[in-house]
Design a binder for this molecule. Structure first.
Ligand code: PNS
Length: 154
């Protein structure tokens, strides 16, 4: 089964990496979709977010990374995925993700599968990582090495 894990990945965190790795053990084929220009306040360019993920999963044969623009369901259809997978950290994620899952199902009959974040990453988010780093805080336990290097060079 081929699944799609979409997101902004600005930047990819250890929480994202954990969900992608776990999915790569359960599903045959994992496509990671990096949305183009998630917001005006993006820390990293689309190409950099894509490159960081590509570096991390270079040795994982069934994980591939692509960027996308427009509707998620169109990208999913064009890439012949069977379902969308979203990581859920806590109930605070649930309302919005549930609404998006129902909308995507309504738009194009796509199933969304929710995967719970591992407890050690339940509190990690890209926005908090960016904020902590911008004030000089230590994010070395929250992001992979290649992301940390780039964050310190931004
Ligand atoms: O990592 P994020 O920012 O939570 O990812 C959000 C993302 C990219 C999954 C979401 O914004 C999305 O699906 N955008 C594509 C546009 C779209 O299809 N919108 C309708 C969703 S119901």
């Amino acid at each position: 089964m081929k699944i799609l894990i979409p997101g902004s990945f600005d930047p990819p965190t250890n929480g994202h990496i954990d969900v992608i790795k776990r999915c790569s053990k359960v599903f045959d084929d994992v496509l990671v979709g990096v949305i183009v220009n998630p917001s005006k306040n993006s820390l990293f360019a689309t190409e950099t977010r894509e490159l960081m993920l590509t570096e991390i999963f270079t040795d994982t044969n069934n994980v591939s990374i692509k960027t996308f623009e427009g509707l998620l369901v169109d990208f999913a259809k064009n890439n012949e995925v069977q379902a969308i997978v979203k990581g859920l950290r806590a109930m605070t994620d649930f309302d919005y993700e549930f609404q998006m899952a129902q909308m995507n199902s309504n738009l194009a009959d796509f199933e969304t599968i929710f995967v719970p974040a591992s407890p050690e990453y339940g509190y990690v988010s890209s926005s908090m990582v960016k904020e902590i780093n911008s004030y000089g805080g230590d994010v070395s336990k929250l992001v992979p090495e290649n992301v940390l290097k780039r964050m310190n060079n931004v």
